[in-house]
Write a protein that binds this ligand. Sequence first.
Ligand code: DGI
Ligand code: FE
Ligand code: FE
Ligand code: FE
Length: 187
Amino acid sequence: KGTLEELKHKVAQQLSEHRYQHCLRVAAYAKKLAEQNGVDPEKAEVAGLVHDYAKERSNEDFIKTIKEDKLDPELLNWGNAVWHGVVGAEMIRKELGITDPEILDAVRQHTTGAGANMSTLAKIVFMADYLETGRDFPGVEKAREITDRDLDDGVRYQIQHTMNYLTSKGAPIYPKSLDTYNYWMTH
Ligand code: DGI
Ligand code: FE
Ligand code: FE
Ligand code: FE
């Protein structure tokens, strides 16, 4: 079992400097949200650190992993935006030796959420990715305040705004994103 420093080194080797710095900020923000929400801060820090581990892998790498690991063949219709979390979790398991299923699920769900099926840790990583201190989109301060008051309200805010953004571009909506949107609009 490696140390956090060893894990940081392995993540840094896979990523450009700017994306590695994003991962460090997500780790720090996830640790803070974990402390506020009764989740193991070290676990949240690790999940935040590795969440985009696979983001710079080639499409060929993802396609090979989908086939070899017999993941849902429907995944082949999507692309890096979905693959780096869902398929990336398998790469993290195999290459970083992270086996904690809660951490792997949090990585799988970090882009789209997962409807009703999100642990508090998964919600934390989803929000930390959106709110880390380098983010500066209009409304980020409001989103941080909402999330500090209530993690679930933050998840609802993010999914609503992301859905608006994606549909305004005419982007296809991944079924899990739609599940997350519908769940939070009704709960
Ligand atoms: O990896 P990051 O850039 O830190 O952030 P992310 O993993 O949350 O999002 C990656 C991209 O995925 C971002 O450009 C938004 C996009 N995305 C999120 N949900 C969906 C989506 N793209 C499509 N087409 N469909 C979705 O449901
Ligand atoms: Fe990501
Ligand atoms: Fe995100
Ligand atoms: Fe990210």
